[in-house]
Ligand binder design. Sequence first.
Ligand SMILES: [Zn+2]
Length: 431
Amino acid sequence: MRHAASPSLDRALSVAHRLFDDLHAIGFDGRGMTRPSYGRRETAAHDLIEATARAHGLEVRRDWAANLLVTYPGRDRYLPAVMTGSHLDTVPCGGNFDGAAGVLAGLAVLLAWQMEGCRPLRDTTLIVIRAEESAWFPLSYVGSRAAFGLLGPQDMQTPRIDNGKSLAEHIRDAGGDPDVFAEPSRHLDPGSIDSFVELHIEQGPILIDREIPVAIVGGICGSFRFRRARIIGRGAHSGATPRGFRADAAVAASRLVIALDELWARYDADGQEMTVTVGVLRTPDDAHFSAVAAQVDLAIDVRAHDPALLDAAEREIRALAASIAETSGVTIDLGERTGSIPAIMDPTLLSMAELAASESSVDPWVMRSGAGHDAAVFAGRSVPTLMLFVRNQNGSHNPDEAMELTDFDEGVLVLERLLRRRADRSAVTEA
Ligand SMILES: [Zn+2]
């Protein structure tokens, strides 16, 4: 059910609904959406948003990394701006709502204001962010980190997984200017941003389960990953090698996986919010049914909201690996550790969002995000940050993502009220 949208917001929402279809046409690969980071289709999606924004008289610019910024000017252009936004790239064969929902929600708000002719105090800027999905470049939050000047020379040379071309080349092909990646004058200044709010589909089953269309996100998980852990045992004939002579990588891997699950169960029983996932577990292609496994590759992903919990879990996992290696007679190399720190959402924005939700007849329910988002980068730069989640069926990163447009509309209602309140916040109350 829709609640009390103004006629201009209604019109802006119909524009957004049509844009979902246009984005689908751009990204459809025959089964799902494939809009690779800095690929032709991601650029076409950015062009579509830019053309729509221009047609409605909004200000448009692109930064050095080809992120798109669409601004609705406020009355005092010197005040820090309110920002919203998300990404338009997808994982291979993903869905049409991950990322796109937040971009179109922000655009709908700016279009509605433009149609209505309202003029909040501050500038409000939609940022359409490049390369959020680390499926293409093995780096997190490329576009938003680029916007703040957080990419190093090594990041710029990172090859895209499918075509081997560097990030710098991709940025140039998309119309950006990779040579200026380290020039502060080309970066977003956190001091010029009043706040950042990202609307996103929920990528887990919680809102469906609770029958809640929109939720406020009170925190984003941090993580650590061992993406390329490797267990090295000793290959041997399966019939001719007695127990005592084996160094079986498959058995060691199984012990490690069970031990990780038991570790998680223990934290879980303790009421500690955490996830532990082994998403990759494989013997090499030339492994054979009649040979003891000489090698197993696996990936371990651990997420939690509490940095101390992440540290404790990492210490335990390293100790577990060492002890299983010892008892199984194998070598366990956890490999490079990558990760991100948990993001704290801004308490003032959170209470403003609760108010905005109540005014939109949406139950102001607060949850946490187990998935990472660009909002974490803004929070990491000390920009007051918040997220809104919209209910979505069938999970995410697959072609079956299903967000009801009526739920999207409810999310936009809350976002509009929140951004408007924030954009009208005077400089005096800022202190
Ligand atoms: Zn996303």
